[in-house]
Design a binder for this molecule. Structure first.
Ligand code: HEM
Length: 188
């Protein structure tokens, strides 16, 4: 734990007092504290993992070793769901954490319902949006459903990836030499 860090993060002042939940009356607490706690920790945990994998990938990429590193490529592929989960967890954090207020200190969520809008109206709107987004996405579906071209053998695929990685590294190297060498660009 870093002393005073939360004060700074919350109020941009190292000495500000951050109040705990027990400083508020119970009827002003969010009603699902465990959900709030875990959604926040899932978001931050995934964020930390994503940053670590990003740092590792940038490090490998800068050395021209990322494309030939099977483990790193698998790791990157397996990370695909994490941003979606973190985004959903972050959204749950924001929505659960602001309860019971719809406008903080002014209007409670319970006072924000629309008695004239039935749940059927809500469902109808939701279905409408789902249809709309499916429609907007339709040009993307053919690309998503087309399988990527397969290398004709695993060996050839590996050779190809290695060649590309070497070429990438060589290009970076000569670009540096071009910039810094007084005698100018000399390939190879
Ligand atoms: C790495 C550490 C992270 C920290 C410290 C952090 C911090 C926070 C905090 C404090 C909130 C609540 C804001 C509020 O309503 O007062 C929040 C909301 C949110 N976070 Fe994170 N977050 C992190 C990572 C992530 C990641 C990786 C994602 C997604 C890829 C994410 C997505 C969101 C979303 C979507 C919200 C809701 C925004 C809203 O509806 O107002 N967060 N985050």
């Amino acid at each position: 734990m870093v002393p005073n860090a939360l004060s700074f993060l919350t109020y941009r002042r190292w000495t500000a007092e951050v109040k705990g939940l027990d400083a508020f009356p119970r009827d002003q607490w969010p009603d699902n504290i465990p959900l709030l706690y875990f959604s926040y920790h899932i978001m931050v945990g995934l964020g930390t993992i994503l940053l670590a994998v990003l740092a590792l990938s940038v490090w490998l990429l800068a050395r021209g070793r990322l494309y030939a590193n099977r483990a790193a490529l698998w790791l990157l592929l397996l990370m695909t769901p994490f941003p979606y989960i973190a985004t959903t967890a972050g959204w749950i954090t924001a929505e659960v954490g602001r309860q019971p207020w719809v406008i903080y200190g002014v209007m409670r969520t319970a006072a924000g319902i629309s008695p004239r809008v039935s749940s059927g109206n809500g469902l109808f709107t939701l279905l409408g949006f789902m249809g709309l987004y499916t429609d907007i996405l339709s040009p993307v579906w053919p690309a998503v459903l087309t399988p990527a071209p397969k290398p004709y053998s695993r060996q050839a695929g590996r050779r190809y990836v290695l060649r590309m990685a070497r070429r990438d590294a060589a290009e970076r190297f000569s670009a540096c030499r071009y910039r810094y060498s007084p005698s100018g660009y000399s390939p190879g």
